[in-house]
Design a binder for this molecule. Structure first.
Ligand SMILES: Cc1cc2nc3c(=O)[nH]c(=O)nc-3n(C[C@H](O)[C@H](O)[C@H](O)COP(=O)(O)OP(=O)(O)OC[C@H]3O[C@@H](n4cnc5c(N)ncnc54)[C@H](O)[C@@H]3O)c2cc1C
Length: 430
């Protein structure tokens, strides 16, 4: 039987494994294996909500083992450790528990088609102090830890150090940075409403976004950036542009112009790169941020049995640019790979993938959502704002849940969550 191995069960990889399991695994036409270093999946665009406390990871995490059983694929826990292209085997690292005891040994998993979908992580560009003093939104663990520390700091500012200022500096004014800032502004106020009587967020919370470029939301239309800027100003969130961060310290950050920005909490949300493991993957070609260079068919430039999708793929798009690292690209690439693998089983050559940009949306907590989306009939783009934009934004996640669970489970899940929200605090209080 044809062996398909997918490494990375994120926005792209998990959708791919689920659909291939349903279409090929269930009918005994292929053996599908998903490898991931985590045991559970959470859609990455939700991480800033986890960090801000407006979402509890336990409510939204999906268990890979359960998904594998329901959709007829095999799940293998462990990080990608290497590749042997001659033997067509992926090397999966051993797994140890918190005490260093081995749970699973290093393994080799054979493939006929390999799809790499391990996503990306924050790029600190070698800036001193980032690793020691800044949070990134790369994983649920980190986002949750940030939230816990922030709640503790607010409690301290209420009980043990009244009047203390909790400063948050966010590096990078892309969608992640600005969305996090607005979400934090909102959730901290909600948190304060739960009995923190000596804590006044208007005076004791200071949020600053620091951006190296000339404006916020690079690559997103001007009117969205202008509208977002107005909202941030109204909220009292300071935005510094043309300020390149050169060092992060325990007390904040320093910029190239000599400016010092206070930051009891620093969140690094500027740029992406891929894990170093890709750089040494049996001679496969990578670019300067370790993405795998792929042909338009998503096949690696040096091995036609190895494909890459999502953030870890440098796939050509237009005007010399690559497909942007977004959840919608990962979703579309997974869709394309389903057809490619089905075609491969029938002996058909892979066809090129074409990225369709459906637009961009920026959601600013409970305050506003705005953006530009592609029309349903024409390819013209439309400005959207307010509840319509929020609806489209929320439906992007629902689309992912639909791809994983099917329509009826997604609909029931949406209803169940809505009911549960009526009986729970609006933010995570611990
Ligand atoms: C805070 C935040 C907000 C975002 N908001 C948006 C948004 O609003 N809209 C949008 O389009 N995009 C958004 N993005 C970008 C989007 O999340 C990514 O583009 C998308 O998740 C990429 O999908 P992927 O499948 O390539 O990787 P991911 O979804 O990141 O999944 C990668 C998977 O690989 C696993 N993995 C990683 N390394 C290894 C390894 N060495 N071995 C085994 N497994 C490994 C991980 O555990 C994970 O399950 C956001 C990103 C962040 C961080």
């Amino acid at each position: 039987m044809h062996r398909v191995v997918i490494v990375g069960g994120g926005a792209g990889g998990l959708e791919l494994a689920t659909r291939l399991g349903d279409r090929l695994g269930r009918r005994g036409r292929a053996q599908v294996t998903l490898v991931d270093r985590s045991r559970t999946h959470l859609w990455k665009p939700l991480l800033h909500e986890v960090a801000a406390g407006s979402m509890d990871i336990n409510d939204h995490s999906l268990d890979y083992l359960a998904q594998a059983r329901w959709h007829r694929f095999t799940f293998a826990l462990g990080a990608l450790a290497g590749l042997d292209r001659a033997a067509r085997e992926v090397v999966v690292a051993r797994v140890v528990d918190g005490e260093g005891q081995e749970i699973l040994p290093e393994r080799r998993i054979g493939y006929d088609t390999l799809v790499l979908a391990i996503g990306s992580e924050s790029n600190d560009f070698g800036t001193p102090g980032v690793r020691d003093h800044a949070f990134t939104l790369d994983s649920t663990v980190e986002a949750d830890l940030f939230h816990e520390r922030l709640v503790n700091a607010c409690f301290r500012a209420n009980y043990t150090a009244p009047g203390e200022i909790v400063s948050i500096a966010i590096v990078g004014a892309g969608a992640t940075g600005v969305e996090l800032a607005a979400e934090l502004h909102n959730t901290i106020r909600v948190l304060a409403g739960y009995g923190l009587r000596n804590f006044d967020p208007a005076k004791q919370i200071r949020i600053t976004i620091v951006e190296a470029g000339p404006r916020i939301l690079a690559g997103i239309p001007d009117h969205v950036a202008d509208g977002t800027m107005d909202v941030l100003k109204d909220l009292g969130i300071e935005v510094l542009t043309n300020e390149k961060v050169v060092e992060v310290t325990a007390r904040g950050l320093k910029t190239a112009s000599g400016r010092e920005v206070p930051g009891r909490f620093v969140v690094w949300a500027a740029g992406i790169r891929c894990n170093d493991v890709l750089k040494e993957l049996d001679g496969l070609e990578t670019n300067r941020i370790n993405q795998l260079v792929v042909q338009p068919t998503l096949q690696s430039a040096r091995d036609e049995n190895v494909f890459a999708i999502g953030d870890c793929a440098a796939a050509p798009w237009k005007d010399g640019r690559n497909v942007p690292p977004r959840a919608q690209s990962a979703h579309q690439m997974a869709d394309h790979m389903v057809k490619t693998i089905e075609g491969r089983l029938r002996g058909r050559a892979p066809t090129p993938y074409r990225y369709r940009d459906f637009g961009s949306l920026v959601t600013l907590g409970d305050y506003d959502t705005m953006g530009q989306i592609m029309g349903f009939i024409s390819s013209e783009k439309f400005r959207v704002e307010g509840w319509i934009a929020k609806f489209v934004y929320v439906s992007l996640y629902r689309q992912h849940v639909w791809a994983l669970y099917g329509f009826w489970r997604m609909a029931l899940d949406t209803l169940a969550r809505w009911i549960r929200r009526q009986t729970e605090p609006r933010v995570k209080l611990h």
